[in-house]
Design a protein. Sequence first.
Length: 140
Amino acid sequence: MSRRVVLGQQNDGSMGLRVSAPGVDALTAVDDGHNLTFNSAWTDIAKIYMVGVAANTSITVNGLTLPGFQVTWPALGYKPFVEARLLQSNVIYDDYLSATFPSGSYAEIRDATPNTLSLFGNMPGSSLLFVVYQIPVPSG
């Protein structure tokens, strides 16, 4: 049986976490792109530009003011990949219903310009958790 997870001192003396593929020893495995499924020494997993929490506020778009969340970051020269989650009380949702929309339809991100994320919906007491990655999103 092999060691699948090593947390702490590695063979080279560094501290870290390594997780191996089935049948491979995480401590002695060669990092060849197949033997390890995670290595905390990797520097190119996903480059994060910005992480934050946005409070519920008012957003004005095209002269219309609505409740929701809005996050803006400095222009990166491309539209980045952005993830967003809704925090209500102590529950984090990656999709959710909004009773303020007709027929209780899903709330959705309505605007993701190259440097602004807007999510509309009347959700007092909620927060928007977001991550902006330095990964360009193909657009056309």
